[in-house]
Write a protein that binds this ligand. Structure first.
Ligand code: AMP
Ligand code: ZN
Length: 464
């Protein structure tokens, strides 16, 4: 399996630190508002990475944080006149709802920055003790010049960076030794949440959070670190500097970055105001359509959102799910007996090609093409001419591969006529005092989302 590593700018063979296990960290959202569909891109993509690694037999320890202390959260809290934890807790809950809608599985651990302050203070102390950081008037800065490899992820050169950032010196940060030095700890301002520290009351900078949470939940050295490409610099560059300055060895072996989700070919972002919330999309589409849309492009290619592409995604997903429903509903009609060699060969060829696509740096676009071909093949099969086992194996195989992308078999729908026939049978059972059967039917209908109401005019039913 090959992964494109931003660090080396090449596709590299994936070799985990510990055989059979993957330690993976993905930077999560800052929780001050509902998430937009740009934020959803890394959530969906890395969820499929995780699922594919699990499919390959790895045990994946997946950590993704919530940044719950930040200027934007404080601003939102002040605007509402509430504590900033009210804002962050509210949007963590809302974010989890959106994730569930997009079928993004909860991480193994979702640490929150505000619950890890002790670890951050400890790491900052170590950085100061070892000469990698210094304090001025209650602010602690990372001494970028002390980390020789600074710039290795983004490919930036410190001297070039410095000439571009001279202006910082006149914007109030003149206490820094070097304009490139970044904040590890800042003193509190009026109305801001704060924690006690050796440098006075204050709060941590953003970058230190991820170094600390990653270390705590995954250890000093991890396999994969991911996020959107806007995080390469400075966030991930700074994470590397902090973590490697402390540990003295490599922090993350593979750095993966998704390209932007654009709208009119411009990055979707809160600050530009050109965003669409996941919640908005959910009013028009099932979020599985959004997920399918995101995975229809390679993660390192920019993806431009458009209503036409969403419609195309909806139609594509429908086509797959219709085939899934047919494979389920016609399953009983096959010829009794084992899967033929020919059936097995056709089925396994799809699996092989699906894995080939995913092994090539998680090419979900090609993997989806393989799913479409599998669906086309399934649609040509007639159950009466297919072995029962072969039919079922194809169905299970399709479900297993599709699940990696988050595509599910559609819910079984029950026709009105079938509901009414069952209600009639229930009435007859009651008349015959066979209450056990009558209850069984009520339960069966309830399980399928049908609610019964016994009224004077007879039995009424509705779908849940
Ligand atoms: P933020 O809340 O801005 O820190 O973003 C959370 C995650 O979403 C990070 O991994 C960002 O890189 C990612 N992200 C934000 N906007 C976009 C976008 N338009 N396209 C793709 N990823 C994005
Ligand atoms: Zn991070």
């Amino acid at each position: 399996m090959k992964i494109y590593n931003t660090l080396s700018r090449t596709k590299e063979e994936f070799v985990p630190i510990e055989p059979g296990k993957v330690r993976m960290y993905v930077c999560g959202p800052t929780v001050y508002n509902l998430i937009h569909i740009g934020n959803a891109r890394p959530m969906i993509f890395f969820d499929s990475v995780r699922r594919y690694l699990e499919y390959k037999g790895y045990e994946v320890n997946y950590v993704s944080n919530f940044t719950d202390v930040d200027d934007k959260i404080i601003k939102a809290a002040n605007a509402e006149g509430v504590d900033s934890s009210v804002i962050s807790e509210r949007y963590i809950e809302e974010c989890k709802k959106d994730m569930a809608g997009m079928d993004v599985r909860p991480a193994t651990t979702h640490p929150k920055a505000t619950e890890e302050i002790g670890g951050m203070i400890k790491m900052i102390r170590q950085l100061i003790a070892e000469g990698h950081a210094y304090e001025v008037n209650g602010t602690v800065y990372f001494r970028v010049r002390s980390f020789k490899e600074y710039g290795k992820l983004s490919g930036k050169n410190l001297d070039e960076l410095e000439s571009g950032s001279r202006t910082l010196l006149v914007t109030g940060e003149d206490e820094k030794e070097d304009p490139m030095d970044f904040v590890l700890w800042k003193p509190k301002k009026e109305g801001e949440p704060f924690w006690r520290s050796p440098w006075g009351e204050g709060r941590p900078g953003w970058h230190i959070e991820c170094s600390v949470m990653s270390k705590k939940y995954l250890g000093e050295e991890i396999d994969i670190h991911g996020g959107g490409e806007d995080l390469i610099f400075p966030h991930h560059e700074n994470e590397i500097a902090q973590s490697e300055a402390c540990s003295g060895h490599v922090f993350a072996h593979y750095w993966m970055h998704n390209a932007f989700l654009n709208i009119n070919n411009v990055k979707m972002s809160k600050s530009l105001g050109n965003f669409l919330l996941v919640r908005d999309i959910s009013k028009q589409y099932d979020l599985s359509v959004l997920r399918f849309f995101m995975l229809s492009a390679h993660y390192r290619s920019p993806l431009n959102f458009s209503p036409e592409l969403m419609e195309a995604a909806k139609n594509g997903l429908d086509r797959i799910q219709t085939a899934m429903a047919r494979l389920r509903d016609e399953a009983g009609k096959g010829i009794p007996g084992a899967e033929s060699q020919q059936e097995r060969a056709a089925r396994e060829a799809f699996t092989y090609r699906f894995e080939e696509a995913m092994d090539d740096d998680f090419n979900t676009a090609d993997a989806i093409s393989v799913i479409f071909e599998m669906v086309k093949y399934a649609n040509t099969l007639e159950p009466e001419k297919t072995t029962a086992e072969g039919w079922n194996a194809l169905r299970q195989n399709l479900l297993k591969l599709a699940d990696i992308l988050g595509i599910r078999e559609p819910e079984e729908t029950i026709l009105d006529a079938d509901i009414e026939a069952l209600i009639e049978e229930r009435q007859a059972a009651r008349k015959a005092k066979n209450y056990a059967r009558a209850d069984e039917i009520r339960k069966e209908l309830a399980d399928r989302g049908i609610l019964l109401e016994d009224t004077k005019e007879g039995v009424k039913w509705k779908r849940k």
